[in-house]
Design a protein around this ligand. Sequence first.
Ligand SMILES: [Zn+2]
Length: 549
Amino acid sequence: MSNEPTSAHPSRRQFLAASAVTVGALSTVGAAPFVPQRRAYDVVIRGGSVHDGLGGAPHVVDVAITGGRIVAVGASLADRGRDEINASGMAVAPGFVDIHSHGDGSLREDPRAESVIRQGITTIVVGADGGSRFSGEAGDSFVDWESRTNALAPAVNLAAMIGLGSVRGKVIGEADRKPTATELTRMTAMVERALREGACGASTGLEYTPGAFAALDELIALCRPLAARRLSYATHMRNEDDQLLEAIDESIAVARGAKCGLQISHLKQQGTRNWPKIDACLTRLADARKAGIESWFDVYPYVAYSTGLENLFPTWAKDGGDAAFLARLTDPATAARIRIEAIAKAELIGGWDNVQISRVANPEDRDAEGKRLGSWAKGRGQDPYDAAMGLLQRNKTDVGMLGFAMSEDNLDRLLAHDFAMVCSDGGGFAIDGPTRRGSPHPRGAGTFPRVLGRYVRERGALSLPNAILKMTSRPASRVRLHDRGRIAVGLAGDVVVFDPATVADAATFANPFQYPIGIRDVVVNGAVAIQGGEHRSGKGTGRVLRAAV
Ligand SMILES: [Zn+2]
């Protein structure tokens, strides 16, 4: 599709297709000549500044959608839509594609995906960090997950990677050992099946067990099936602080060995002493490109990350799973060493007050949620390491944390970089209902508006068309969703209308339960889901999307 808007009027064929939904009206009109103002479309978005998603300058045109597809893009479309959206003064963009999301985790409880869709996101790519909700085996495959998910009528579309940690967990469990040849064959077949059925890539979370127990040769073997399908290996790397560059080298080695594309997940440099490594990170990725490896990264617009509290503790201590880990915390043979390594990890990011507890499982620890671990421990008269260990013990390791560890100047550079895509890495929640719990990272409700407000409008880190490109066509093409991520005739009817002068995130680390402002209308598969900032009632029109083969 070209950068230019297409003809000012729909072609006859598009017009007839568009009119098919108004058969009643047509049958009385018969073969009468063109009648202006007839309701020919499902939705018309009028007079907005339309960004096609490819990074070019916007054009003021109308966008018409019928039957879930964009059927006309042009100036002053004569025919009307059942839904007419006046976008004058607004930006109109393809619905945002969140290339690394955890928004699927709460869909069963609340398929409205409020914090997701209210950002203008219309497709989330899930199965990130090595964890997918299917393993690729018969009875637990992509299509099983697909039908379960479609039955929920989610508000947004989903595409899914196969998580190599989930594959390993299914076959090997929580043990820190290599797979046998038979096991590796079985694991590779699971990846193959998932990709054949529509998975859009393979992911790892090499800081998380059991995925962390995989070595380079295993990762290469499991990523080989990606190559023929031109899909990518997306990795939450083994390390994002002191061994960051070694971890990038390993990621590139996997892509080189498997001959597939590479996508570094949520690229960052943790800990002030590692901030200067940004140059070496970007140079390595540029060198990989020169060597023929399609290298990309995604990034979220915050200086804090979110993970499990146990992630401050060494990987070697988690061999065998949670019970074994908890036992080692107090085992005289291992306790002292674990303590030293965990304290060093906390100090790397500036100490225990840069650790904020986001979620606990044990109701008695609720008061820790939203608090900095250092001051929370002090209030209890406890040593912060002991407080952290106590939380893990009482919550059977199920404790979430945020780590304030990154540089905002680096963030400007990462967002502006040519290889970048915007991701949220966030969960889905609502300000009401069962998904309002804990004190989650605000990225789950703020990421895309925050990039458009803070990093485009306020800090000028990147232009609006470039930010939109990194939220739409680029991620869509990385996961081979070829009919998404652009505004052009024939593409899916996923559109967001927002006010570039006011768009902003409202969710904060102190109060994440706030929806963004300035995201006015969101259309998913041709149906208006958010109108004038309000969620329309009724079933969601999202569904599972399969990667193009
Ligand atoms: Zn991650």
